[in-house]
Design a protein around this ligand. Structure first.
Ligand SMILES: Cc1cc2nc3c(=O)[nH]c(=O)nc-3n(C[C@H](O)[C@H](O)[C@H](O)COP(=O)(O)OP(=O)(O)OC[C@H]3O[C@@H](n4cnc5c(N)ncnc54)[C@H](O)[C@@H]3O)c2cc1C
Length: 315
């Protein structure tokens, strides 16, 4: 079976691994320079910062199986058991020791992944029912089935003119935006012992200390602006954004000073509504959509949706 997977984020990589293990011929395409999607880690000077997903929890047996393997191989560790805002429960908050993107790198080993490759269109031939994926250099790949894990607005753009019967309600999903400021500091910040704060104030939905996570050797903090702030300031000039976010970050820094910074804007950060099934399939089973808009807007949801997509094809 020849399967093309669009998107080397967690959903696409998990689907690819599962299908590869079952003997399928799998090709993964991603427009980014490297695999990971929203599992993203960036260097700022000598510091290392997660700038997409910050941590994850484990609630389902399927994800627990994967995380047990990551734990056994030292890829992840428990950061804390909740933050200091009363959300403490028995669930560990896990982080990837090498930064979240290291999980994508690990999953990618041995797979046929073409990065810097933008899928342009997914098409289904009306007569034969064959599916193909056209890429940005004008060539196209034939496949027995295609799994699309791009966020829904991007997936829609890929398939709208491809002769694929789509469920229109899938594409009414809008996404929250996130603007992030990554800062390297000259000393440790003034953050609570858990190392993170959720819904810190009117600006930040999350503040995470990458040194406390064990991800950065140097003091480094990720500040994520909440959806309301991010939307209101989306079109602001980048220098202005940095200035405003640095002022808002100041109370959380204690005596530390920002030595270096980096700005990151996620246009499609978090789906606002979740499809009731862990993936969506055309009637002929040749095009499957998966990703965190299906099984939940988190690392665990993306994992479980990718797995569901693979199992749908293998059934
Ligand atoms: C700022 C932020 C903070 C977050 N914090 C947390 C957190 O703390 N805990 C948690 O559990 N979750 C968190 N999440 C959510 C988590 O990161 C996502 O749910 C998960 O990583 C989504 O994985 P995915 O595979 O569904 O999508 P993605 O990771 O978005 O992967 C989709 C891939 O498709 C590729 N693509 C898109 N269009 C095309 C195309 N036309 N051709 C080729 N490739 C294409 C993209 O490049 C991308 O790599 C956060 C997300 C963001 C943005």
């Amino acid at each position: 079976m020849r399967i093309i997977i669009i998107g080397a984020g967690l959903a696409g990589l998990i689907a690819a691994r599962e299908l590869d293990a079952a003997g399928a011929d799998v090709l993964v395409l991603d427009k980014g320079r490297s695999p990971g999607g929203r599992l993203a880690t960036r260097r700022v000077g000598g510091a290392t910062l997660d700038h997409g997903a910050q941590f994850f929890t484990v609630r389902s047996p399927a994800f627990a199986k994967t995380v047990d393997d990551w734990l056994a191989r030292g890829l992840v560790h428990a950061w804390n058991h909740g933050f200091d805002d009363g959300d403490g429960d028995s669930h560990p908050r896990y982080v990837a020791t090498g930064g979240m993107n290291s999980l994508a790198k690990d999953l990618a080993v041995g797979l046929d992944i073409r990065c810097s490759t933008m899928a342009f269109a997914v098409r289904r031939d009306a007569d034969s029912g064959d599916v193909s994926v056209a890429i940005d250099d004008g060539t196209s790949f034939e496949a027995d089935a295609v799994i699309v894990t791009a966020p829904l607005p991007q997936a829609f753009a890929l398939m709208i003119d491809g002769g694929i019967e789509l469920d229109e309600t899938l594409f009414r999903t809008d996404y929250d935006r996130t603007i992030g400021l990554l800062v390297r500091l000259d000393q440790a910040p003034d953050l609570p012992p858990s190392g993170g704060i959720q819904n810190a104030d009117d600006v930040f939905s999350f503040i995470g200390d990458n040194a406390s996570k064990g991800v950065s050797l140097e003091p480094a903090v990720t500040f994520h602006a909440n959806p309301t702030w991010s939307e209101a300031h989306w079109d602001d000039d980048n220098d202005e954004l940095v200035k405003q976010l640095a002022v808002a970050a100041h109370p959380w820094l204690g005596d530390a000073t920002i030595v270096e910074h980096s700005l990151k804007k996620w246009r499609l950060a978090t789906p606002r509504s979740i499809w009731p099934d862990p993936c969506w399939t055309t009637a002929d089973g040749k095009v499957i959509m998966a990703g965190d808009a299906f099984a939940g807007p988190k690392v665990e949801g993306a994992h479980n949706s990718g797995l569901a997509a693979a199992h749908t094809l293998l059934a």
